[in-house]
Design a protein around this ligand. Structure first.
Ligand SMILES: Nc1ncnc2c1ncn2[C@@H]1O[C@H](COP(=O)(O)OP(=O)(O)OP(=O)(O)O)[C@@H](O)[C@H]1O
Length: 326
């Protein structure tokens, strides 16, 4: 029997960054996977470690970072790849889309150069690279792609520039896309357009995607599965619809309850009390305990591990099997 290998497997990843003589913990035992063609969400508040987890996939952690665990893309451990191996990974297998498109492009260079440089470096002749760049711009809904190739980034709106960045990320036909809050810097209508483009292209091309957002509702709407992070740890993972209908971790339930709803009979949004903590600040036990309405004494002592309940997903909560959220 052939065992289906995941495209991306992060296995028990721990990241620490040296700070003076000590090392500040950033991620603790993070495990997640993305299968070929699967759209997977990674959700959490600011500072929970989403970007660090994403960066680990492309081997983009700070050089001084100390890591344990493995990050495998198509079976190869990114954390042990040579410089050439990393270059090959980034030019052939994995592309990343960042939050702010203006930070991803060189303002002095034309969009055509930005889109074709990777292809040219891979040996594609100039004319063929230009034709492909035009096709890519057309695929992300940019009108007059040939004219767009001659323009500079400042001649594009934020939304249009993010489309250009998506086109560039797809140029190498990657099997995995990592999108780190790709619409956070855009206005609401533009966000919707960019999400629609990303999900369409992901489905058409069968690209695996790790989609990072702080918006749990958005992740539940567009992803197959979702991981929820809190203070450097994964606290819950489920199929997207199950997570939305039946969260198992009080933090996930809190994120859903604080989202404003437009339905007339909807409950008003309830904010999660307190503020998010980083892994470094989190005491022993469950990092969410101080903000959790269901916490008991043992929650601030015992560290919960991810466990399965009712055959549905995994949650790291000592009380998840008591039906506290029903
Ligand atoms: N290069 C770095 N040097 C020092 N600390 C860092 C570095 N990068 C991240 N951190 C710290 O790691 C923690 C996780 O940061 P990260 O950017 O991954 O969070 P995030 O969930 O992506 O937040 P946001 O949604 O605001 O981007 C934070 O406490 C942050 O301050």
């Amino acid at each position: 029997m052939t065992v289906q290998q995941n495209l991306l497997e992060i296995d028990d990843l721990t990241v620490r960054l040296p700070e003076g003589r000590a090392a500040r913990p950033i991620l603790d035992g993070v495990s997640l996977s993305v299968a070929a063609g699967e759209m997977v969400g990674l959700v959490g508040e600011s500072g929970s470690g989403k970007s660090v987890a994403c960066r680990s996939v492309l081997g983009l952690l700070p050089e001084r970072a100390r890591t344990d665990g493995e990050v495998r893309v198509a079976g190869r451990d990114v954390l042990t790849l040579s410089r050439d191996g990393l270059k090959e990974l980034r030019t052939r297998q994995v592309s990343m889309i960042f939050q702010d498109p203006r930070a991803s492009v060189n303002p002095m260079r034309r969009v055509g150069d930005f889109l074709t440089e990777g292809m040219r470096a891979a040996g594609v002749p100039a004319a063929a690279a230009t034709d492909r760049a035009e096709e890519l711009l057309d695929a992300v809904g940019i009108r007059d792609p040939r004219g767009a190739l001659r323009r500079h980034p400042h001649q594009f709106s934020g939304g249009m520039l993010q489309r250009v960045v998506i086109a560039a990320a797809l140029a190498s036909r990657p099997s995995l896309l990592v999108a780190d809050e790709p619409t956070t810097a855009l206005d609401v209508t533009t966000q919707a357009e960019v999400i629609a483009i990303l999900t369409r292209l992901q489905a058409e091309r069968g690209t695996g995607m790790l989609f990072v957002t702080h918006d749990l509702e958005l992740a539940s709407a567009i992803c197959d599965r979702v991981y929820v992070m809190y203070a450097g740890r994964i606290v819950e993972t489920q199929a997207a619809t199950d997570l939305f209908d039946r969260p198992r971790h009080p933090y996930t339930a809190g994120l859903l309850a604080c989202t404003p709803r437009v339905e007339p009979d909807a409950a008003p949004p309830r904010p999660i009390p307190g503020r998010p903590v980083s892994l470094a600040e989190s005491p022993s036990g469950c990092a969410f305990a101080a903000r959790c309405a269901h916490a008991q004494e043992r929650c601030s002592v015992e560290k919960p591990v991810l466990r399965q309940y009712d055959g549905q997903g995994l949650a790291a909560c000592l009380r998840a099997d008591e039906g506290i959220l029903l």
